[in-house]
Every structure is written in structure tokens, then in C-alpha cells.
Design a protein around this ligand. Structure first.
Ligand code: NOJ
Ligand code: CA
Length: 713
């Protein structure tokens, strides 16, 4: 670790006196200016290559029942330092991550109250992070946040890729519009969800991706959300100023802090090349280093699941249709008639285990295995599941032994229905049960309104729970993939057993009416900035009525696009979400899912434009294999890529899985082609992708003799 104090303490007498201080990124392209306005209000602004990106924006917090931390400040001192080190993630998009920034610490004192507030800025080559720090002090011990008043003042009416600001749901399709159009488009951007609450017609969520008329890409998000409420953004659309809008608790308060405390980092990424946003590790770098001593049990997982058949309505989570309601421990399931559609039964699970073993998958997820699914949400029911009592037709012991004999792990499912207190009540026994039956990972879920009533999915209380569940899981050597939990903010650096989150509109919505065909060209610029997503790709049958005649949903994607997602949607946890029978209809395309790696030495973003396309090449960890993925938006496009990322002088076989020329996400989604070529570092590919399409390439090192009959690219 290298920390150089390069500027001496800058002491200023405690008078209300405006101080300007500037900070440059290591490459000098970004400049941040801090100053105090006349009223002693802290402000900052940011420029990129000499052009303003964030106009003068106010900083501070409004407190409840005591003097705000907004103005009347003077600068007591500032300190500048630089940091440059490289660290090794347990898993990730690259083997090593460089953390390089210049830092400015501004020490503020409030005139009348004498209270002390620090604002810490870190300027990286790709953006700015800053946070509030509340040192331990006699006059500020416990305090309640009325609202955080951090501003992000835009320089114009940028194009934004946004979803409605909400205290409970992120499961929205993105809208692309000018900032000035958010208000008029807001209502049509809201899609129904089991739990949701918007707060303003100009409220949006982070990570918010924008593009200026001059071709600058700006991304607003937060890092290291711990012991604090999640930040949404509210736009003052007359002045184009975003302001932080925290998630309230059941009585309307937005945060309870005890000094010493820090806020999460507020982040602004900026570049004139969209690829820089995708490749950036700034969010991770703003999180604390790994706190888990032993990480040997944390492993990337490729899995299948007894899942899509329930999502599509072909099968059910519930065991019986006879019960009006369930009282756990009192309901006697042996006296009820099974509904004949319960997928989580021993025989069926064994079929999945067989298929997973045969095709080299690590694990099988089973949902609907435990009692309680007959009335699991919508009732504000507290004692909803106990996470350890299987249905009569699910033999835990037998399944455990069978899976073990086949070399396949089982993935646990804990749907909490948002009854968080109930989950915490059962957490130890639930994890112990997992240890006993050798489940290395849990998929948890928080569907429906949070209980205790009035709390929100993204309020401080629930935020604390999600991390509590992850930390406790680490004590039991359990990996966590939480659905409907708060969107990630890089905490996986600190707790690498947090291997996945949903926290966005995943593939399930393709069976609930469909998502926009370009959705997956936006997610890496928004939701994935904070961490990987359990997107659950790999759907080959796009006509959902073939699985369930009562469901006329259509998956808005081609098969080639589905394959590409394993590369473009970075995650150490990847599912092959479709049914085994659908994979067996296209075994040659399924081969890509079997081959694709989960953990990487290197990731190189070849092409990227939010809403339009993303092409990335990744080198498998510890191997010479590469995988390339291209996802394409609403218009057909020809992608031009160079293979100069390959090692020179080496010879490879590239298998290209692409859209057939007449493929289309809506009318012809299953039409694909597979071509094999001989490639080396001088090869180039010009490849067409259709609307909602894409391509996937596996590139394996090969002897000259193996490639002599192949066409050279
Ligand atoms: C919503 C989750 O996203 C989905 O994956 C899960 O199957 C259901 N909840 C039931 O828990
Ligand atoms: Ca969900």
C-alpha cells in the first residue's frame, strides 16, 4: 500500500471564508473543484478534459430536530493524498484490479454548533467518488437524517437510460429519453410489481446512465451502501439538477446514524468512450478489502434449476391446491391431495440432477421444496416459511445422496416473502440445515411488501438485514444470491460470498409479458455497475405457450443473443434457465453454455453503446481459452472485431454462434448458425446481429494439425 501525503495541511482560521481547492485525476483528464459558497455551503464541480460535466452542486444533509449540516461551514483543513495499488479479487472480470486515485479530505466545522463534518473526495481516471464522514464528537452522537441534499447539476438536457425511482422495486424496463421528458413518460415507465412505491414523477434510480449531446457518457451511482438508506435521485427538471432522495423507514425517517459514521460513496463516472464505463472498477475500489479470511469455499457456479417451469406457469411451487391457507407446523400436508403440478418432487429433481451431471453443470437449484407456498405472499404474513420443512414429496436425504453420487451440488432456495424478521428468526437453523445437506449456496428472495409493515426494501433497516444475512452466511461458508434485495454497490469486494443478486428486471419477466429487446444492452451500464446479476439466461424456447398454453408471453431475444449473455452479463453465477428438453432440441447451441467459463483473467470491451450493443472478449481464468459475446439492440447491426487480444503466434479454433441472416427476436428467434474458423491474433470478424440478436464465440487454442481444414478468418 502506498499512501503519499503530497500536500501539507491547509489550515484556515475558523471564520466563514470561502476556500477553493482542486483535485485532478491521476491522468489529469478529470478535475474536481471544491469550495464554500457565501453561506458556508460546501459545493463541488467536475470537468472532463477541460469541459464542465457537473456544474456547481451543493453538498450536505438536512437533519431532523437539530441544526442541518448544510451551511455555515468553514474549512478547518484539507489534506491531499494519492493511492495506487493492485489487488486480487476472489473472482471477477479480471485477475487483478488496480486502485489508483487522488484524494482530497476536506475538514469542515460548522460555525455556531462547532460540529465537524468531513467530505472525502477520490478522483480516479474514470470518475469521482465522495462521501460524508461524521467523526466521533460530543455535539454529534446520534442523529436522524431528514434528507441527504447532495446535488448533481447537469450541464444540459442529456439522454438518460432510466427506471422509475422506487423504494421497493427495481424490476423495470428501461426508458430512454431526454431528462426533460422523464416527467411526461414517468407513468408509462411504471410496470406493476408485488411491492413498489414511487415518490416523484421525476424520481429515478441509480445506476443512472446518461449521454450528453457532445458524446460524453455520465453514470451516477453509489458504492459501499452500509448502515444507511439507498439513494434514489430526484430531478429538478427546470434546472436539470439531480438531488439525492433517500429511502424512508416506516415512520418517514431517512437514516439513523451514530458517530463515528460514514455515508456510502456517491459516484460519478465520466468518459467519452462508453467502454470505459463498463471496464471501470471504481465502484469496487471504493469498497473495503475482503474481510473473509478463508475464501477457499467460494467458487463460481454454473447451475440449472427446477425453476423456469414454475415461472412460466407450467408447474407450481405449491404442493396442493386444496388449502385455503397454511399455518406452518399446524397444516398437515399428508392429508391434502397433491395438485399434480408440483415440480420439486424427488423423482423430477433427480432428472435435473442427471441432466446437470451429464452436461457438466456444478449445481441444481430447487424452488418450492418447502412447506408454505400455498399462500406465500400478498397476505402480509409474518410466519410464512421455516426454511427447513420439506413437502412430503421432496426427500431431502435421498436427493442429497443422489446429487452427491453424481458429483452435483444442490442450491438452496429461501423465499422470505419480505418477512425479514421471520427469516432472521430462522437463519441459523436454515444455514445449519444447508451445511448438513451440503448446499454451498442459497438463492434468497424478498417478494412482496417488507414485514415489519411500512419498511421498504431499500430502507436502512432492510439494508442492514441483507448484509447481516451475507455475513452470517459466511460464518457457515454459504454463498448468497439474493433476489429483490437492494441493488449491489460493490460490497462483494468486502464479502465475496455475495456471488449474485437479481435487483433488476431479470429473465423471469420474459415469461411475465416480455422485456424490451435492447434491455440487455443497458443493464451492464446500469445495474451491473455495482455487481453481478443472476440474470438467468439461456432460454431457447421463446414461445412460452409451448410450455404453458395459458401463457402467451414471448421471450424477446434470439438464441444467439441468449448465448452471448453468458459473456456480456458478467457473473460468477450463471444459470442455464430453460428446461432440459428445450436444450436437447438444440444440442449444438447448448454446447456454448457447457463450454463458457465463469471466472476470468482478463476482460476486453471491444464495442459498446448503451441501448444499442455491447461486445466483450474475456479470457478464462488460468487457461488460454477466450469467449466473446455480442448483444444487439433494436436495429440490425454489423459488428467489426479484431482478434488482436489473442496471444501472438498462437493458433486457435473459433466457433461462432450467430443469428441466421433471417433471424429476428420476434418473428424468427430460434434461427442461428454455427461456424468454425481458424483464427490468430491477426484475424478479423465482420458479423451481423439481427434486432434483439447477437453472437457468441468460443476460442480454444489448437494445434496447426487440428485447424488445417478450417477456413481462416
Ligand atoms: C422472484 C424471483 O426473482 C424468482 O427467481 C423466484 O423464482 C420467485 N421470486 C419465487 O421465489
Ligand atoms: Ca424477481
Amino acid at each position: 500500500m502506498k499512501k503519499i501525503i503530497c500536500l501539507s495541511l491547509f489550515l484556515v482560521a475558523a471564520i466563514n471564508f470561502s476556500v477553493a481547492q482542486s483535485l485532478q485525476s491521476p491522468n489529469g483528464e478529470l478535475q474536481m473543484n471544491f469550495s464554500l459558497e457565501e453561506e458556508g455551503t460546501p459545493v463541488y464541480k467536475l470537468s472532463f478534459k477541460g469541459n464542465e460535466v457537473i456544474k456547481t452542486s451543493k453538498l450536505g444533509l438536512e437533519l431532523k430536530e437539530e441544526e442541518d449540516l448544510l451551511s455555515n461551514f468553514s474549512v478547518e483543513g484539507t489534506e491531499e493524498s494519492s493511492f495506487d495499488n493492485t489487488w486480487t479479487p476472489v473472482w471477477g472480470e479480471s485477475k487483478e484490479i488496480r486502485n489508483n486515485y487522488n484524494e482530497l479530505e476536506v475538514n469542515l466545522v460548522q460555525e455556531e454548533t462547532g460540529r465537524n463534518l468531513i467530505i472525502r473526495f477520490r478522483l480516479f481516471n474514470e470518475g469521482l467518488g465522495f462521501r460524508y464522514e461524521f467523526p466521533e464528537q460530543k455535539d454529534l452522537v446520534y442523529f436522524v437524517i431528514e434528507e441527504e441534499r447532495t446535488q448533481f447539476a447537469m450541464t444540459g438536457d442529456h439522454t438518460a437510460f432510466w427506471i422509475p425511482g422506487d423504494y421497493d422495486s427495481q424490476e423495470y424496463d428501461y426508458t430512454e429519453s431526454k431528462l426533460s421528458e422523464i416527467r411526461e413518460k414517468f407513468d408509462s415507465a411504471v410496470q406493476p410489481n408485488a411491492s413498489q412505491e414511487q415518490f416523484s414523477k421525476t424520481g429515478v434510480q441509480t445506476s443512472l446512465m446518461m449521454k450528453t449531446e457532445d458524446g460524453l457518457y455520465i453514470n451516477l451511482h453509489e458504492a459501499a451502501l452500509v448502515e444507511y438508506s439507498l439513494m434514489n435521485l430526484n430531478l429538478d427538471d427546470e434546472n436539470m439538477i439531480f438531488e439525492s432522495w433517500l429511502t424512508p423507514d416506516a415512520v418517514g425517517n431517512k437514516g439513523y446514524l451514530q458517530t463515528p459514521a460514514v455515508s456510502p460513496w456517491r459516484t460519478i463516472m465520466v468518459s467519452d468512450d462508453a467502454r470505459d464505463i463498463l471496464v471501470s472498477n471504481m465502484n469496487l475500489n471504493l469498497n473495503e478489502p475482503n474481510k473473509l479470511e478463508d475464501t477457499s469455499w467460494i467458487k463460481p457456479v454454473k447451475y440449472m434449476g427446477v425453476w423456469w417451469e414454475m415461472i412460466t406457469g407450467k408447474s407450481s411451487w405449491a404442493y396442493t391446491d386444496e388449502l385455503a391457507s397454511v399455518k406452518l407446523g399446524e397444516t398437515d400436508y399428508s392429508k391434502t391431495k397433491p395438485n399434480g403440478k408440483h415440480a420439486a418432487n424427488t423423482e423430477h429433481v433427480k432428472e435435473y440432477i442427471d441432466f446437470a451431471a451429464e452436461h457438466g453443470f456444478d449445481a441444481v437449484l430447487v424452488e418450492g421444496w418447502n412447506e408454505g407456498w400455498e399462500d406465500w405472499f400478498g397476505q402480509s404474513k409474518d410466519y410464512v416459511f421455516d426454511f427447513v420443512t420439506p413437502y412430503p414429496d421432496f426427500d431431502v436425504e435421498e436427493i442429497h445422496e443422489y446429487a452427491q453420487s453424481k458429483g452435483v451440488k444442490m442450491i438452496m432456495h429461501h423465499e422470505t416473502s419480505g418477512a425479514i424478521r421471520n427469516y432472521e428468526r430462522h437463519l441459523d437453523t436454515a444455514y445449519q440445515f444447508m451445511n448438513k445437506y451440503d448446499y454451498p449456496a442459497v438463492k434468497s428472495g424478498y417478494v412482496g411488501d417488507i414485514i415489519p409493515r411500512g419498511e421498504h426494501h431499500y430502507g436502512q433497516w432492510a439494508i442492514n438485514h441483507y448484509l447481516y444475512a451475507v455475513k452470517k452466511a459466511a460464518d457457515y461458508k454459504v454463498m448468497v444470491n439474493a433476489h429483490e434485495a437492494v441493488r449491489p454497490t460493490g460490497l462483494r469486494r468486502t464479502y465475496p460470498n455475495l456471488i449474485g443478486n437479481e435487483s433488476a428486471r431479470g429473465t423471469e419477466f420474459q415469461a411475465f409479458g416480455g422485456s424490451k429487446p435492447n434491455h440487455v444492452t443497458i443493464l451492464p451500464f446500469t445495474r451491473l455497475i455495482g455487481g453481478p446479476m443472476d440474470y438467468t439466461p439461456g432460454i431457447f424456447e421463446m414461445d412460452i405457450s409451448k410450455l404453458n398454453p395459458d401463457n402467451d408471453s414471448h421471450v424477446n431475444s434470439t438464441i444467439a443473443n441468449q448465448l452471448a449473455l453468458y459473456v456480456t452479463m458478467y457473473s460468477p453465477l450463471q444459470m442455464a434457465a430453460d428446461l432440459p428438453e428445450n436444450y436437447m432440441k438444440f444440442p449444438d447451441a447448448f454446447q456454448f453454455i457447457k463450454d463458457v467459463a465463469l471466472d476470468w483473467d482478463k476482460s476486453i470491451y471491444l464495442e459498446a453503446e448503451p441501448g444499442d450493443y455491447i461486445t466483450v472478449a474475456r479470457k478464462e481464468k488460468g487457461s488460454s481459452n477466450w469467449f466473446v459475446g455480442n448483444v444487439n439492440g433494436n436495429e440490425a447491426r454489423t459488428s467489426m472485431i479484431q482478434f488482436d487480444f489473442l496471444e501472438k503466434e498462437k493458433n486457435y479454433i473459433a466457433t461462432v454462434y450467430s443469428d441466421a441472416p433471417d433471424a429476428h427476436y420476434k418473428t424468427n428467434p430460434q434461427a442461428y448458425e454455427i461456424k468454425k474458423y481458424r483464427v490468430n491474433s491477426k484475424s478479423e470478424l465482420s458479423q451481423k446481429s439481427v434486432p434483439g440478436g447477437g453472437y457468441a464465440i468460443s476460442i480454444m487454442e489448437a494445434d496447426k494439425s487440428e485447424t488445417k481444414d478450417l477456413k481462416k478468418l
